[in-house]
Ligand binder design. Structure first.
Ligand SMILES: Nc1nc2c(c(=O)[nH]1)N[C@H]1C(S)=C(S)[C@@H](COP(=O)(O)O)O[C@H]1N2
Ligand SMILES: [Mo]
Length: 185
């Protein structure tokens, strides 16, 4: 099976992209908020986050600007584990991921729930570098890389879609690289 989605080319390493400066953070002050249409909203400390079940995935990563990186090895908490914790309502269809610098992106709930989706804090055997989203990054390998919100501080579970930073600027609400869903306008 073809491994490179249409219109992509392989590069060796991730190319960091940020919408703006990212304030530094001591993990002792890190909180991950799980909010929205859920039975049990939760705010996790760094220790509580690390105590959740862990997984490792090896996945290619595709940026909408045209580059793809092979075989990134992410380690962290499967999205399923946080779903078990907060129990989203049956009508939830979207997750809005929020970065601590204010970045947002809307992720379809079915992609968020895939087995390869996780909240990563390690990459290729090392703690996540700050430029790649430390301390915790949402990783949704089934979608273009802009859906993988770095520096994630909140996941909001929503029945209705609310567009994130790039989606408001015309990028696709789903963003499946195999369907070349780059833009909606
Ligand atoms: N918080 C946050 N997450 C973000 C971004 C951002 O600007 N802020 N940029 C996105 C984009 S456009 C891409 S291509 C990837 C890049 O990941 P990298 O910086 O680890 O290479 O991060 C995504 N996640
Ligand atoms: Mo991107």
């Amino acid at each position: 099976m073809e491994r490179l989605p249409p219109g992509q080319r392989w590069v060796e390493h991730l190319i960091p992209y940020d919408i703006g400066p990212v304030p530094g953070l001591d993990v002792a002050r890190y909180r991950l908020k799980l909010t929205g249409a859920v039975a049990q909203p939760v705010e996790l400390t760094w220790e509580q986050f690390l105590a959740l079940p862990h997984t490792q995935v090896r996945q290619d990563f595709h940026c909408v600007t045209g580059w793809s990186v092979r075989d990134l090895e992410w380690e962290g908490v499967p999205t399923r584990a946080v779903v078990d914790l907060v129990r989203p309502q049956a009508n939830v269809r979207w997750v809005l991921a929020v970065g601590r610098e204010g970045y947002t992106t809307n992720v379809p709930y079915d992609h968020f729930l895939l087995e390869n989706s996780l909240l990563a804090h390690r990459l290729n055997g090392k703690p996540l570098a700050s430029e790649n989203g430390a301390p915790v990054r949402l990783v949704v390998p089934s979608l273009y890389a802009w859906k993988s919100a770095k520096y994630v501080v909140e996941l909001r579970f929503m029945p209705e879609m609310r567009r994130g930073f790039w989606e408001e600027r015309g990028y696709h609400d789903v963003g499946d690289p195999w369907e070349e869903q780059r833009r909606w306008r």
